[in-house]
Design a protein. Sequence first.
Length: 211
Amino acid sequence: MLTYLPIATAIVVTVFAYFVLERWWAARRSTHFLLWGFGLILYAIGSYTASLYAVFGWQLGWGEWNFRFWYLSGAVLVAAWMGQGTVFLLWPRIAKPTLVLLTAGSVFAAYLIFSASVDPQILIAGAPELTGKEVLPTNVRLVTPFFNIYGVLTLIGGALWSAFYYWHQRTYFNRMMGNILIAAGFMMPAVGGSLNRFGIQGLSLSLFVGP
């Protein structure tokens, strides 16, 4: 069953991305919707590439490219870019400088990931899920926590801050609960990623539950 979860996740996230980008297109000036939509596209790419591995396993020829795109979009960038949308919504004074830094960091991360050597033996042997452990050099994998910590602080932190604001104002109970659910949802991939690092299969399930 877990084999097909990345496919379901990719479909669900693609639908979410469509509606979020539709909101941005209607408003045009709502940059946070654009960045959230871009983050969801990264989420979808990570899910589609994970589903290709789940269904076909490691394939000579395109398996390495599939892995690199998965690691860049799903493991490194998605949380940070989703969080950047929240920065534009809640903290506009620092939005543009942090966007410049995030863009530069993303380009650097892409260079590292696509130029690094890959040792796919654990994936060729049939690892249950895609993983960067033992596949990419340590210096490349060390960039991942910086992006994910930024994403957690901005996306989950922003959702919890908004929930606290609505709770304190005693207004918009539905928005308060919505922000709590957003924070809980995006904590799930972090939990799944931690399980993945300890060799426990659960990343696909957490990514499916997250959205």
